[in-house]
Design a binder for this molecule. Sequence first.
Ligand code: HEC
Length: 112
Amino acid sequence: MMRFAFVTALFGAASSAFAAEQPVNAASAMAIARGNACIGCHAIDRKLVGPSFQQIADKYKGDGQALAKLAAKMKTGGAGVWGSITMPSHPGMSDADVRTVVAWVLAGAPPK
Ligand code: HEC
């Protein structure tokens, strides 16, 4: 029990220290993006209905709050940051899926 708590504490400290550099899993992120129709509105390198994933990465470069902020916005949807078109809400996506896809977008949506 003690040992588990200790490891959890260590892991928590490590993940907040590296919050700006989330590990990116491109293969799962792309599967999530396809599975949730993100790519119907977003392309990696050009604007469609929404901004390209690379434009989003540029905009939030160096913003340590971006992952949390954009993960929340994924769930609620919204407009006004890039224009007047609204991104629909995605309430059914798991937190893990949202974080995986947003971390990948913030890394510039690398192919792998
Ligand atoms: C129906 C079209 C549509 C779909 C589907 C969609 N988006 Fe968006 N997305 C948009 C629009 C439009 C914006 C710009 C919203 C704004 O200006 O605030 C946006 C903005 C974003 C942003 C930046 C938000 C900000 O505040 O800067 C991220 C990240 C994002 N989308 C990721 C995703 C992901 C991941 C998915 C799939 C789970 C997805 N989007 C699905 C249209 C869409």
